[in-house]
Design a protein around this ligand. Sequence first.
Ligand code: AOF
Ligand code: ZN
Length: 394
Amino acid sequence: NEPDATANGQSAEDLRWMTEAIDLASLGRGQVEPNPPVGCVLVRDSVCIGKGYHQRFGGPHAEVEALSDCADATGATAYVSLEPCCHHGKTPPCADALIRAQVARVVVSVVDPFDQVDGGGIERLRSAGIEVTTGVAKEAGEDLLGAYLKRVRTGMPWVIAKWAMSLDGRIATKTGESKWITGPAARTAVHELRASVDAIAVGMGTVIADNPLLTVRLPQIADAKPPGGTNPKIASSTRQLVRLVYARSRLPDLQTQLVQTASETPTWVIAGPQIANADLAKLADHDVETWQCESSDPIEMIRQSLLWLGSNDNPRGLAMTHLMVEGGSQLLGSFAAARQLDEVHAFIAGKCIGGRDAPGPLGDPGVEALTDATSLRISRLDSFDNDVRLIYRR
Ligand code: AOF
Ligand code: ZN
């Protein structure tokens, strides 16, 4: 139980430097996962004498980057957005590096819940006579580490639901027409979001209705690779975008775009228990990875699949940290019921559709009492021509 800096009243100077460390940390987003993005700033006499951040998975940690940016850190204060590690992972412990560099004080935003660290880094620094303050700018620090903290605590990736709806909250007309509710600029923003996640999930209803391709199609990278090819932005990092189909009771047809392009862009199918092995084998022949869930309960299927995606046992061999769910409303309704909506990107268009039978973004089961509703906090609001995007987070 760390005494919190917030409780002790944070100094303006600590807050200022920690904010800089957190901003630095964010530069590693998209390259360091499944590791956390971490930043470090070294300060002496109110002057920054070195800084660095964790730049890529497997690379040096933030503290080591900052120490190598500075000739002599003796007597300095190190501001680190996450507790310095004390374990030998891909690199030696950062706590030891800070001790060797003879810093006088370490200020930490978030204590690392990873079981090999979990306060051990702070303890090691204190035993070496270094003053340690924790919890500085903790809310901003935790905000940046949302996906990392969820995966370490639950083994599951962070789930981002995306939907586009009319001003009156419909994702399609009563006849099922949904292309397009929002304009091209908003749709480009969706492709940017796709480019930043590990996987995009859809349900079978969407596969049947839309025959989607689910690739990243952005103007600036379209030249580098055609639609349906791999995304170079992702391929250059540790990730390649995976397309994920939740197929509880029936599998995608072999003629669908997803199956036909599975040899170029990874396509994984999460199948319900009653689906025949022979049918799964046909998908495997088309380079589709299949994983059969033991449960046919939609909520349980989501929980088990998230644990599988968040582990190193998935076909990629590396835990996923960010999953985007594109729909349809049935799959999104199940994610909501499973309490797995961590972030929502709701695009709202200036169109009114109406009709009792025109669906909203979240299908069954829904909640009965308002107190059971998923509660999220507003994080960002943008506009794209005549559309707006609301980002809400847990
Ligand atoms: C730090 N500074 O910049 C980061 C830390 O796989 P490895 O060896 O890189 O270790 C990953 C773990 O190290 C990760 O789970 C987290 O506990 C810590 N990450 N620690 O002191 C950093 N990125
Ligand atoms: Zn470290």
